[in-house]
Design a protein around this ligand. Structure first.
Ligand code: NDP
Ligand code: 8X3
Length: 257
């Protein structure tokens, strides 16, 4: 049975990835910081798909915690064939000069360093077996920059550079490296970005039909079901009403009396 480790499974894309990979027959390692959500998802995966699930509760910003969590895996989960680096966030959407240093650090530490720690820890066993697949969840923000996107965009540009660099360096070891670059998707992303302000978060998607986590799970399914000789470099996906990182066509809402 093929084993996948997905970071950030307690909501949004990560949860949808876990459900999709379980449906495809994977043995799963689900991770995140919110333990109760991980336990609930593990129960659902086991009861709905009958798949073995290990859940690891840790913060990807803490290298030692990543190491300890991986070392705690039971032997049947220790061979990881697919790593999905999904855990990430945007914190704030203000112009650079009005943004908080703490938000910058959270984004850089999670989106870049968390991805690096997990990849560095899991790649050696893939090299040993001369096979493996790494899928990094990037963003349209990794391709373009928009007002107020500053450090989030920088972090996702870094994810894209790392994806390309890893692909080149790991070629000789038979390891494939892909990325998915979604545009606007309604998950908990905007709630986190606006520091828990649900009203502000809702406004982001007003007048358009955003992507759903399942749309991005479709992309992951496409990548993981390619034959060994095919590597998908990147999939850039937006809602039909989104033209680029900052231009969307929103329907005007009319209020009927
Ligand atoms: P959610 O906020 O719904 O999910 C984020 C996940 O990441 C949660 O499971 C969260 O778990 C986990 N996470 C965040 N910080 C950490 C941390 N320090 N350690 C461990 N886990 C962490 O957002 P999405 O599902 O939308 O986001 C997933 C990825 O997709 C992110 O990398 C995001 O940048 C990217 N993305 C999102 C888009 C969107 O519009 N939604 C578009 C393009 C890319 P917990 O809090 O329990 O730790
Ligand atoms: C999330 C999508 O457009 O908010 O990465 O940057 S966007």
């Amino acid at each position: 049975m093929t084993t996948a480790l997905i970071t950030g499974c307690t909501s949004g894309f990560g949860e949808a990835f876990a459900l999709r990979l379980a449906k495809l027959g994977y043995r799963l390692i689900i991770t995140g910081r919110r333990k109760s959500r991980l336990e609930r998802l593990a129960e659902r995966l086991e009861s709905q798909y009958g798949r073995p699930v290990a859940n690891l509760c840790f913060d990807v910003r803490d290298c030692k915690a990543c190491e300890k969590a991986l070392a705690s895996l039971p032997p049947e989960f220790s061979r990881i064939d697919l790593l999905v680096n999904n855990a990430g966030l945007a914190a704030g959407a203000s112009p650079f000069d009005e943004s908080l240093l703490d938000d910058f650090e959270r984004m850089l530490d999670t989106n870049i360093k968390g991805l690096l720690y997990m990849t560095k820890l899991i790649v050696p066993q893939m090299i040993e077996r001369k096979s493996g697949l790494i899928v990094n969840i990037s963003s349209i923000a990794g391709v373009e920059v928009y007002p107020g996107g500053n450090v989030y965009c920088a972090s996702k540009h870094a994810v894209n550079a790392l994806t390309k660099g890893l692909r080149i360096d790991l070629l000789k070891h038979g390891i494939k490296v892909s990325s998915i670059s979604p545009g606007m998707a309604e998950t908990e992303f905007s709630i986190v970005r606006y520091h828990g302000d649900e009203e502000k978060a809702k406004k982001v998607y007003e007048g358009l039909s955003p992507l759903l986590a399942e749309d991005i799970a479709d992309a992951l399914e496409f990548i993981v079901t390619r034959p060994p000789h095919v590597c998908i470099h990147d999939m850039l996906i937006t809602p039909s009403q989104q033209g680029n990182a900052y231009i969307s066509h929103r329907e005007v809402r009319t209020v009927t009396p």
